[in-house]
Write a new protein. Structure first.
Ligand code: ACM
Length: 533
């Protein structure tokens, strides 16, 4: 009872301080102290042996602000630091996973994490408290005790690199801004009708052929063609570089390989994987947006191919979750294909939905054999949801309820609150700025993103833990470059980050917008092309 009492007091004290601290996401509690700590060129970082990476990253980030890299010493080194940031880890602490305590006193700054991720998040909080952009001379940090941990384990961004392609440096920059907001899951949508972007050594035509299209729709007229060849892909060494870059920032990359639909680019590379017995069958890398009828044929050859691809994907990505798409797979080709119909008869499948489910189950078995977990868009329930699958819910909340009732986990990614390819102001306002502001349609203002509660689908308390978290969707039909991606993403990603991290009861939109003004100074300092409210 005593502990509870103290925690309750801390929460009450913390509420007002957390409101005034310019932090996004807002921490669980923040209790103001007496005095200030002077951060200066003389401030060094002392770390526990296992935290060299976190301490080193903090030093790098501080060097960008002050122009000089702080001294980094291990705990054991007998070097006196007159002004120090101490980072340490306390696995036995009562903090939840990824939690940390940050204490600033006039003498020292201490960051204690439950684990290395917690330490990393503590360093991100410290960086948000420092002045935005370069500064000379000491920065005065107010004394405070912060106690913080995330609400959800899955806090993400999905980026579609199929519709448009972004080079490695730009992906890393997006990962940096994810880390700034304490996001930890980068869902990388790597294959599409309009382009296959990941090198697969065993099947080189996927990128030789599938990574390039002959034309794209220009901004302002989506039903026309610019006639300009377009493409690009990530060689495996670049993939490894990005995975490693994300990993040190405690960000997991979940790769997505689309099947059985959104597969035109793969089928253009290897037409034998398509439903080639359908009258009028042709294969090409698509040059228009929208849903296309090309789906993989349910052939043994297709499964061998997809297993080859996924084997290389599992080698490249340590993520427990592998995303297999599953969305928007029209059944028209399977309806017309004698081969597909024969598979249905042989396997006792009543309809094409059951064929899709059979397809996904086979892939699920393969991923099981690699000790990975299958995640797919909510259409993976058509024809029966595989037991071990996690559902990424993008359409109606009813699919989340369906999955939760069956005992499956979900990630909430509904169009209503997380699709950042929607306009953030009325379409007419955005388009008045120029046709390059075109979006797919619909409105999703900042406040609506902020109002999201991913557990609104939960029907009994036991289901709470089946909601792994949430993520922002960056579909890129209308984002030819990273500047536009940034415009669509920020500051709505800040709102989503707070949805994913901050306790529901602590959320307050007015307070968020106050803190956002200060966070935008960091955006300005980093030349982030965010949408100014
Ligand atoms: C989706 O938006 N097709 C998942």
């Amino acid at each position: 009872m005593k502990t509870l009492g103290i925690l309750a007091i801390a929460a009450a004290l913390g509420a007002s301080a957390a409101e005034t601290l310019p932090l996004i996401p807002k921490p669980v509690t923040a209790e103001p102290g007496e005095g200030t700590f002077a951060f200066s060129a003389a401030t060094g970082i002392r770390h526990h042996g296992d935290l060299a990476v976190e301490a080193g990253l903090l030093a790098d980030d501080l060097a960008k602000l002050t122009g000089s890299r702080p001294k980094v010493v291990s705990k054991e080194m007998k070097i006196l630091l007159r002004s120090q940031i101490l980072v340490d880890i306390e696995p036995a602490s009562d903090l939840p996973a990824s939690g940390y305590r940050l204490e600033i006193t006039p003498r020292t700054v201490t960051i204690i994490g439950k684990d290395a991720a917690g330490v990393f998040y503590g360093t991100r909080t410290l960086l948000q408290l420092l002045p935005a952009g370069k500064f000379d001379g000491p920065a005065m940090l107010p004394a405070v005790k912060i106690h913080d941990y995330p609400r959800f384990a899955w806090r993400g961004i999905m980026l579609d690199v199929g519709r448009h392609f972004y080079p490695v440096g730009e992906i890393k920059r997006l990962i940096d801004w994810m880390a700034f907001h304490k996001l930890n899951t980068f869902h990388w949508h790597l294959t599409e009708d309009q382009g296959w972007r990941i090198e697969i050594k065993k099947h080189p035509k996927l990128t030789e052929v599938g990574a390039f299209r002959e034309s794209s729709p220009p901004y302002g007229n989506r039903n026309s063609d610019d006639g300009v060849r377009y493409g690009g892909f990530y060689p495996q060494d670049q993939i490894r570089e990005i995975v490693a870059y994300a990993a040190v920032r405690h960000i997991t990359i979940v790769p997505e390989i689309e099947m059985p639909g959104h597969a035109s680019a793969a089928i253009a590379a290897y037409p034998e994987l398509g439903n080639s017995d359908v009258p009028g069958f042709t294969a090409k890398v698509m040059t228009r947006w929208g849903v296309h009828s090309q789906v993989f044929a349910p052939k043994e050859e297709t499964f061998r191919f997809l297993e080859d691809v996924l084997a290389e994907v599992c080698e490249l990505f340590p993520s427990k979750f592998i995303h297999i798409g599953g969305d928007e797979a029209p059944k028209t080709q399977w309806e017309k294909s004698k081969f597909a119909q024969d598979v249905m008869k042989r396997e006792g499948l009543k309809n094409e939905e059951e064929l899709q489910s059979w397809f996904i189950r086979r892939i699920g078995k393969f991923l099981d054999s690699k000790d990975r977990r299958l995640i797919g868009w909510d259409e993976i329930q058509e024809g029966g949801l595989p037991k071990s699958a996690t559902m990424m819910v993008w359409r109606d909340a009813k699919w989340a309820k369906h999955a939760l009732a069956l005992g499956n986990d979900v990630v909430m990614a509904t169009t209503s609150h997380t699709y950042l390819d929607y306009y953030q102001a009325p379409a007419a306002t955005e388009l008045a700025r120029g046709k390059e502001y075109e979006s797919i349609g619909g409105d999703l203002p900042l406040e609506k993103v902020y109002s999201y509660n991913p557990t609104f689908v939960v029907e009994n308390p036991a289901q709470e833990k089946q909601v792994l978290g949430t993520q922002a969707q960056l579909w890129t039909e209308y984002a030819k470059d990273m500047k536009k991606v940034e415009y669509l993403a920020f500051p709505r990603v800040a709102a989503l980050a707070e949805v994913a991290w901050t306790p529901l009861a602590s959320k307050n939109f007015d307070d968020f917008t106050t803190r956002l003004k200060r966070v935008m100074q960091h955006y300005d300092a980093g030349n982030l092309n965010y949408a100014k409210p």
